[in-house]
Design a protein around this ligand. Structure first.
Ligand SMILES: [Zn+2]
Length: 81
């Protein structure tokens, strides 16, 4: 007979595994968005290793930074014109 402790340990492992699978399943678009950000790769000086077959996306951090940069440029253009 299996000791009760092993049963609980097995149940615990199954629950942890199911939770991590669910997390990966629902978080995958966000994870891919972060991993496929060429700006992140560039800031880590890894741009020459960026796989060419990947479609590039922008992570939220860099999207926000570039939006702020564009707003600044637009403001400067308005001031100079
Ligand atoms: Zn990024």
């Amino acid at each position: 007979m299996i000791p009760l402790m092993y049963l609980w340990a097995g149940l615990f492992l199954v629950v942890i595994l199911a939770q991590s699978v669910l997390l990966c399943w629902y978080g995958w678009p966000a994870i891919r968005r972060m991993m496929h950000c060429p700006w992140c790769w560039q800031s880590c000086h890894l741009m020459q290793h960026y796989p060419a077959r990947w479609s590039s996306t922008m992570c939220p951090h860099h999207a926000q930074r570039i939006r702020a940069q564009r707003a600044l440029q637009r403001a400067q253009r308005l001031v100079h014109s």
